[in-house]
Design a protein around this ligand. Structure first.
Ligand SMILES: [Zn+2]
Ligand SMILES: [Zn+2]
Length: 201
């Protein structure tokens, strides 16, 4: 069984639902993350309520490819994990640089009987859906494009739990920059309230 994340249409920019794009929801005192490499403000990518809590993902896009923004530990992306019941008001976009995606895509968990992501996507397409509307996988086993790079939790040191995978997007407008046809991976450690993000292509 694979749970696909499929396109759920346009949703409000501040909707507290699974989405890419829009604005971050974050606790009081939140400070917009800046890239450790270039110093610029990161781009907000996704708001992701999952089992472990609410994940909020950012990635530097000030000089794509030069900031090692695929690396979970380089400081050029950021994933926060907030408790599911945390008060998370919308945050205004940082005014400098590319800090928001141009399109908001709602994501809908969609069960598939297939065992692996590529087969689930094929079945989804053959059922009459558009291939580009299959936008990722929720939970289960990650389908990796490269070797296993599952990160160790910076809090407790254990390998973090795979939460979900995101495809770049439906088209160039909504797309996140994962090196072309790459996929982004979100990991969590609920006990430490940590999340991590990486992408492979
Ligand atoms: Zn940067
Ligand atoms: Zn931990």
């Amino acid at each position: 069984m694979v749970t696909l994340l499929t396109y759920a249409g346009d949703v409000p920019a501040n909707a507290p639902v699974l989405r890419t794009g829009g604005v971050p929801l974050a606790p009081a005192g939140f400070e917009w993350p800046h890239c450790a490499k270039c110093g610029g403000p990161m781009m907000f990518l996704a708001h992701l309520p999952v089992d472990a809590g609410v994940v909020s993902v950012f990635m530097c896009q000030n000089q794509p490819g030069l900031c090692e923004e695929w690396d979970p530990a380089a400081g050029s992306n950021r994933a926060h994990l907030y408790p599911a019941d945390a008060a998370l008001p919308p945050v205004s976009a940082h005014p400098d640089g590319p800090t928001l995606l141009p399109v908001v895509n709602g994501l809908r968990p969609t069960e598939s009987a297939a065992d692996e992501y590529p087969d689930a996507v094929t079945a989804w397409s053959e059922a009459g859906n558009e291939r580009r509307d299959a936008l990722g996988q929720l939970g289960g086993e990650p389908c990796r494009l490269q070797a296993d790079e599952d990160p160790a939790c910076p809090g407790c040191g254990r390998t973090m739990d795979f939460a979900l995978m995101l495809e770049a997007g439906r088209d160039y407008r909504s797309g996140m920059n994962f090196g072309g046809d790459g996929w982004g991976y979100v990991f969590t450690c609920a006990g430490c309230e940590r999340a991590a993000f990486l992408w492979q292509c």
